[in-house]
Design a protein around this ligand. Structure first.
Ligand SMILES: C[S@@+](CC[C@H](N)C(=O)[O-])C[C@H]1O[C@@H](n2cnc3c(N)ncnc32)[C@H](O)[C@@H]1O
Length: 260
């Protein structure tokens, strides 16, 4: 990662400020996909199981049980479960990703998915008819998904019928203005009234993948609410307990709602 200032700045009051790292300062194409997958999605964790309960429940309660149209997952990384939660309601799923390594990983994964996704699908489909009637979800995702190179800050408006964005807006920059812009741009890429689910790390100080350090913007529930207010309605934010993924964060947050 290329940091604008690799050394913390000391102010004249002696307070040490962390360096400011914008999204464009990071070498996203070096993202170590295998290490990220192994650490986060090699098996289903209780925090992801709780997030699945919230968003699969939300999508199922929001949609009539038939396909509605085009879905997008922004900054997919090596995570297929947001896309899997949109499967019954999608005629096409765009996996929108900036990093070359993650796009390559996604393409291979769709072709030959690893076994842990079965644990995620079991959690998604348990007790939910709309999901449970899909026989081979990973084959269906393979048919419907397109891996697309892109930058959240350039997403076109009013294109998608539903969307997800997990651990992206707050985990690609230290800048509050970029966190807000990424969140709003994601919701704006949806059509009017389209439902969405977005997950965020709370109070994150950054993260390490392989041997690379990545920036984060430290945010709370109030920051998520503020970021969504101009673009979304019916917003619900739920705190998800999580403390053993790594050091330097204060749980997870899931927001559901509709584009205004
Ligand atoms: C912390 S990872 C989250 C990955 C995945 N969504 C998950 O739930 O684990 C952040 C992701 O955002 C991607 N990313 C970084 N900058 C981006 C940008 N400007 N536009 C779209 N994606 C971006 C990264 O390549 C990475 O895959």
């Amino acid at each position: 990662m290329a940091e604008t200032d690799p050394h913390p700045t000391s102010t004249n009051t002696g307070v040490v400020l962390p360096p400011i790292v914008g999204n464009a300062d990071v070498e996203w194409d070096d993202f170590d996909s295998a290490a990220y997958f192994e650490h986060n999605y090699g098996e289903l964790r209780p925090d992801d199981a709780r997030i699945i309960e919230i968003i699969a429940g939300y999508f199922q309660s929001t949609f009539p049980p038939h396909r509605v149209g085009r879905a997008i997952d922004v900054g997919s990384g090596t995570n297929l479960y947001p896309a899997l939660t949109m499967l019954p309601y999608s005629s096409r799923v765009t996996l929108f990703e900036r990093a070359f390594t993650n796009r390559q990983w996604l393409t291979r994964e769709l072709d030959k998915p690893q076994s842990s996704w079965k644990q995620f699908w079991d959690a998604i489909s348990a007790g939910r008819d709309t999901y449970a009637k899909i026989n081979d979800p990973l084959d269906m995702l393979h048919r419907l998904a397109r891996v697309v190179r892109g930058n959240v800050f350039n997403l076109a408006a009013d294109e998608y019928d539903l969307g997800t964005m997990f651990f992206v807006a707050e985990s690609i920059t230290t800048r509050t203005d970029e966190f807000q812009r990424a969140t709003r741009q994601f919701v704006n890429s949806l059509k009017r009234n389209a439902p969405f689910a977005a997950a965020f790390m709370r109070d994150s100080s950054g993260y390490i993948v392989g041997n690379q350090r990545f920036p984060a913007c430290s945010i709370t529930e109030e920051d998520v609410r503020k970021a969504l207010a101009p673009v979304a309605r019916n917003v619900d934010i739920v705190m998800v307990e999580s403390n053993d993924l790594r050091e330097g964060y204060g749980g997870m947050m899931v927001a559901t709602g509709r584009k205004k």
